[in-house]
Write a protein that binds this ligand. Sequence first.
Ligand code: G
Ligand code: G
Ligand code: MN
Ligand code: NA
Length: 254
Amino acid sequence: ADLEDELRRALRRDDLELHYQPRLCIETGRIVGMEALVRWPHAERGLLAPDEFIPMAEESGLIVPLGYWVIARALRDLQSLRESGVGELHMAVNLSFRQFQDSQLLATLERLIAERGVDPHWLEFELTETAVMRRSDQVRGTMNALAALGVRFSLDDFGTGFSSFVHLSRLPISLLKIDKSFVDQMAARPQNGRLVRAMIGLAHDLGLEVVAEGVEGAAQLGQLRRFGADQVQGYLISKPLPLAELRPLLDRGH
Ligand code: G
Ligand code: G
Ligand code: MN
Ligand code: NA
């Protein structure tokens, strides 16, 4: 069978997994959120990373049911964390532009949230600049309706795409995630450090929180702290892990 058929079958059989990567609040040193990242344990090929099947899922339209699977699983895990006493924790899920083309997106999300009884305030969707910049009325309408429920939006991979701050300020976006490529170059190239500092300043002026991605070293964390970043995500804190392996880290922070 080709990969598309196999993915369809994997979805039907619940054969996918989510790993979670924590986000640390720089000021308090606590884990304040995590990003759900899908994995496909494939019988012959081993654990497949998203870049090995998400593009195909987007092409084929399978991203719609796959996306609902991810959201349902993430909400289930979020609810179970909260029931076991883990306090304030935001759950971030990646959303493809393609998922907005499903006319049932809003209704389905409302149903999934209601079924789990999770406060929508803890749910966050990560959109890329490219997705957001195709802001059709439908995308904006759905985003506004979800934002009215309390759901937050973040702009992922910030700096790699093409965005206009005018458009950004018209969409209900609460956080900017500065792409790893900027963080990587911060120390080696002073120019990049200034760029990151300026992005953080601009984001704060617009009332947005800033998450720096791909943070791997203590020196980077120090620099980001001086620049005023709010949160960090990256291997320095933890790589993406199955929920059970992440638990000790969460308990420590709460
Ligand atoms: O998991 P990894 O750390 O390799 O993530 C690679 C990229 O795959 C992420 O940056 C994200 O954009 C994408 N991705 C991961 N999980 C999902 C998902 O559930 N839905 C969508 N649309 N993209 C995802
Ligand atoms: O959603 P997004 O495309 O930003 O997903 C983040 C991707 O980057 C995932 O594939 C994740 O595994 C990876 N990643 C997360 N933190 C780090 C890091 O500190 N270093 C590196 N090299 N990759 C990271
Ligand atoms: Mn992301
Ligand atoms: Na990213």
